[in-house]
Design a protein around this ligand. Sequence first.
Ligand code: GTP
Ligand code: MG
Length: 201
Amino acid sequence: MMKVTRAEFVTSSTHYKDCPPGNYPEYAFMGRSNVGKSSLINMLTGYGKLAKTSSSPGKTQLINHFLINQSWYLADLPGFGFAKVSKKIKQGWEKMIKNYLINRENLVCSFFLIDSRHEPLKNDLETLQWFGEQGLPFAIIFTKADKLGASKLEASLSAYKKELAKQWEPLPDIFISSSETKRGRDDILAFINQYNNQVQR
Ligand code: GTP
Ligand code: MG
């Protein structure tokens, strides 16, 4: 099992060109505001205050890089949609994020986070479609699993998968997480580790 022995904040960037040198494999966390991106980064690394979290949407406004075990990056991105900022700012973020995703050459895989409780949203499905069109590897993480009982969680996820199946065959890689219970931690870290081994060989 991969252990996180070191995790450090590197820098915040407004533009992909300002990001740190792309000399390590990188994994990005994206999804709507408040879905739990920053919390998940803290849960995965075991460093509780690494990424700043907040109960009000729109906390993360820049591309934040964290260097893990001195050998790979996690990138915490601002949320799409939802955040209480002007439409213009939202569009600016969206453009910044898409530019980053397309141009960041060491980006290995993006994690697209979806709140386990939510029904499929048009905007999220469109973003996933966009990933497909761009040929960008991604995996889906259903977050906040602790907020639902087992049967409701099951029902919610199978409804979502049914919707995804209209678009994806086979389905993308899917993880279930909770930053409260640490559910999903081992699986997601193992997934990253597998990619790291492929890339660094
Ligand atoms: P932005 O930076 O605004 O885009 O949000 P974010 O996606 O980074 O979300 P963040 O990690 O800041 O979490 C938002 C809120 O959800 C916080 O109040 C967290 O404590 C809460 N939260 C995040 N993950 C979980 C989880 O797995 N379970 C529960 N119960 N709460 C969570
Ligand atoms: Mg955040």
